[in-house]
Design a binder for this molecule. Structure first.
Ligand code: SF4
Length: 419
């Protein structure tokens, strides 16, 4: 039997070194520099009057002041390849199952989150439509074109889900409603369900309700930081950004009331200075509320205020991935697990044989997110290589193969069982 212990510091000491996780003191973002007046708020883009011309591929440096939501949205490189808008191939996967859309404006997101490629401070040197976000480019495409392509053959669509990502902008709510309505006017939300990745800072409970009324199926809150201290340092006062932990939780609880159990959740980035115990306690809290956690491994996004910091060590990430899967899908509770003095998982709270079976199945190490049509614990949103390069995969956008499982076991330091 395992000993039940839910506080870091009281369990058996681990022999790991401190270098196998990202501690709080080492994960301090750079301070944002001052943006020259002529670059603020997309001013130099809006000084032009060049009409948009269909699909816009990032790095064209083509100033397009009218390229804005709701007429335009940006979409992930993976979605653009799957939709046939861009050429290219992805390692290990033929397509993505989630059509990830992002609202777009020449003045961009008005928040300044330290880990994010879309953050406001980047207006000093890169136009919004040209910024990298979760490691990839996001081409801008007329929303009408996207709807037209998908509506032509909804039944045969590779997409299991569509997701609208809001940003911090005064028009974000209104334009989310319009984009959502453009979609549901032509595409059956039962055939391709819709998720909202919200930005609570400017939202009200009525806004949450309206997304539900317009046909959204799942509402998620991009909490991203696992603790109030990490949140404030990376998304709040620490980087001159407007977000507040309390407001994010207010909207998360509104989503629980309005969307109901199994239809709301939170994004969490692992490795920004929280402990493994912190993040798993949060995962448990979400499960107890009836929600899910969607996890990302921290990766130092180029051009962000954290691009000088280390990616989350793979052993830290794998421990959290595995423990999170057990809490979310196998009914294990965080208080059955044990943690060392630094908050690292030392015992997953289940027997070795069962743990081994979960590891070998591999689903725990796939990208987590809103479900698709295969099974509840396999995410439609596979975000290929959004949190790592293909050479050192963090979240597997495909079913891990035997050689991947061997690597995962080495990272976890859990050898295969010999019967
Ligand atoms: S609010 Fe979202 S898009 Fe804007 S900077 Fe923060 S994480 Fe990036």
């Amino acid at each position: 039997m395992s000993c039940f212990e839910n506080r870091p510091g009281a369990a058996a000491q681990s022999d790991r070194t401190v270098s196998d996780y990202n501690p709080f003191d080492e994960m301090t973002p750079r301070a944002p520099a001052k943006t020259p007046a002529e670059r603020r708020n997309g001013r130099h883009v809006k000084a032009n009057d060049i009409p948009p011309q269909g699909v816009y591929l990032p790095n064209n440096n083509y100033l397009a002041p009218h390229m804005r939501s709701p007429e335009y949205v940006q979409l992930s490189t993976a979605a653009a390849i799957t939709l046939g808008i861009m050429g290219g191939r992805m390692y290990g996967c033929s397509c993505t199952r989630c059509l990830n859309l992002l609202l777009t404006y020449p003045e961009g997101c008005r928040a300044n989150c330290a880990y994010c490629g879309l953050a406001r401070h980047r207006e000093a040197d890169r136009d919004y439509a040209d910024r990298n976000f979760i490691r990839v480019d996001w081409p801008a495409v007329p929303m009408a074109d996207i709807v037209e392509i998908v509506a032509q053959d909804q039944g045969a669509s590779p997409f299991h889900r569509m997701c609208i990502s809001m940003i911090t902008h005064p028009r974000s709510e209104q334009d989310t409603f319009t984009v959502l309505k453009k979609w549901t006017d032509r595409i059956d939300p039962d055939a391709i369900p819709v998720s909202i990745l919200s930005n609570p800072t400017t939202m009200t409970r009525d806004d949450v309700q309206k997304t539900r009324d317009l046909g959204a199926d799942i509402f998620t809150v991009a909490l991203d930081a696992a603790t109030p201290a990490v949140f404030d340092r990376t998304r709040g006062k620490g980087v001159q950004s407007p977000h507040k932990w309390s407001k994010y939780w207010e909207i998360l609880l509104d989503a629980r009331d309005i969307f109901g159990a199994g239809h709301f959740g939170a994004h969490i980035i692992v490795g920004m200075g929280e402990t493994e115990y912190d993040v798993l306690k949060l995962v448990q809290e979400l499960v107890d509320l009836g929600g899910h956690s969607h996890m990302f491994c921290f990766f130092p996004e180029q051009g962000s205020l954290m691009d000088h910091l280390p990616a989350t060590p793979r052993d830290q990430w794998r421990r959290v991935q595995l423990a999170r899967y057990l809490i979310d899908y196998r009914g294990v509770r965080v208080d059955q697990m044990r943690f060392d003095a630094s908050g690292r998982v030392t015992d997953y709270g289940i027997g070795d044989a069962e743990l081994s079976e979960v590891i070998d199945e591999g689903v725990a190490f796939r990208t987590s997110g809103c479900p698709g049509k295969f099974r509840d614990d396999v995410s439609a949103c596979d975000r290929p290589y959004g949190d790592s390069p293909p050479s050192d995969i963090a979240s597997y956008p495909f079913q891990p193969k035997k050689k991947d499982i061997r690597k995962i076991r080495r990272q976890l330091d859990i050898p295969a069982r010999v019967e």
